[in-house]
Design a binder for this molecule. Structure first.
Ligand code: TRP
Length: 346
């Protein structure tokens, strides 16, 4: 089993980022030890230039994300942790795969349509070919499994289509119905976490928790100290009703559902377990319990994160080590792809 996944470097990391991708990666890494597999996790800094961006901000965000990943439990000694830009094979393989990916396939990608919006003509070419780079990211390492959010499923299917067509077109004797001739690329399977908690704003249960929300009270940052966390939870928007005893009772109560969802995700319980404990209680009782749980779980992460964020030397060393390992793993596949295409490299 080889698990490969990437995350775009964003700044101002919060609880939504943690309970979304990051914690899931940590779990996979920890499960891997008994299982004889390995994990490669990277910062998708090359993908970040597909949208207008500020270079200094990108650089800062990449370093901040590395600090967050390590603080949350990604261990650079057990997992390969790196950024794309330090492994030129990502860009190289992207070009090679661009000969195989079809315009029609990319035209169907919904993320491009969403992100380019009405301004298709003004969108960057990188935004259009973004999924080809993503295919290169995983095919380069012969990934067997790729943990992603639901929104990335289509990109993963594209990666499989590209791998399949490349193998068919350029590996004589290869057959996708099964044959003894291996293709250059492994077809990766997505892993979409079933219980991915959608963490919403503390001020508005219908909006996602977001770094760009102007109100800092809407989110719990990974840099927040215990007092701040407590204050934000206590001030979180709610309704006046006590908590229901069953999940159904949360249906038209987005703020209540969000807080219960956060409690469930942080404690590893199901929503219905949480309601068994707190059903009938008012928020005067539930909020302090939630606040304490968050403080307990986030305090060690918070301390490590703040320390590491300021330690540029350690961050550079982590990335350098990861890149070295990634380049090694990538080399045979990149060589095989050049060869299969008839490209002479001396
Ligand atoms: N596009 C992904 C996202 O926005 C990030 C990403 C880039 C990625 N390359 C990847 C995810 C390769 C999985 C595998 O979430």
């Amino acid at each position: 089993m080889r698990i490969v996944s990437g995350i775009q470097p964003t700044g101002n990391l919060h609880l939504g980022n943690y309970l979304g991708a990051i914690r899931n990666w940590v779990r996979m890494q920890d499960a891997m030890e008994q299982d004889q597999g390995e994990c490669l996790f990277f910062l998708a800094d090359l993908h970040a230039i597909s949208m207008p961006h500020d270079p200094a901000q990108l650089c800062a965000n990449t370093l901040e994300m590395v600090a967050a990943l390590v603080a949350c439990g990604i261990d650079p000694d057990r997992s390969t942790l790196f950024n794309q830009a330090q492994v030129p094979a990502h860009s190289q393989l992207q070009w090679l795969l661009s000969g195989t990916a079809r315009m029609g396939w990319l035209n169907r990608m919904t993320q491009f349509k969403d992100k380019s919006g009405k301004n298709r003509e003004g969108a960057s070419i990188a935004l259009f070919t973004y999924p080809v780079l993503q295919a290169a990211d995983v095919l380069l390492y012969q990934a067997t499994h790729v943990p992603v959010g639901e929104d990335q499923k289509q990109h993963l299917e594209l990666a499989r289509d590209i791998a399949q067509k490349f193998n068919n077109d350029f590996c004589p004797g290869y057959s996708d119905e099964g044959s003894d001739v291996p293709g250059v690329f492994t077809l990766p399977d997505p892993i979409i976490p079933p219980d991915a908690a959608r963490i919403m704003s503390l001020r508005d249960g219908s909006a996602k928790m977001s770094k760009s929300d102007p109100s800092d009270m809407s989110r719990i940052n990974l840099t927040d100290d215990a007092d701040t966390i407590m204050k934000k939870v206590k001030k979180a928007r709610t309704d006046p009703e006590p908590l229901p005893s069953e999940e159904k009772g949360l249906e038209d109560r987005p703020e209540a559902a969000n807080l219960v969802g956060i409690y469930a995700a942080m404690s590893g319980q199901s929503v219905s377990d949480v309601l068994t404990t707190f059903g009938g209680e008012g928020f005067g009782k539930f909020k302090p319990a939630l606040g304490e749980l968050l403080v307990e779980m986030l305090a060690p992460i918070n301390a490590r994160f703040i320390e590491l964020k300021q330690d540029r030397e350690s961050l550079d060393a982590i990335l350098a080590k990861g890149a070295l390992k990634a380049r090694e793993v990538a080399r045979p596949t990149l060589d095989a792809a050049y060869n299969a295409l008839g490209l002479i490299r001396g």
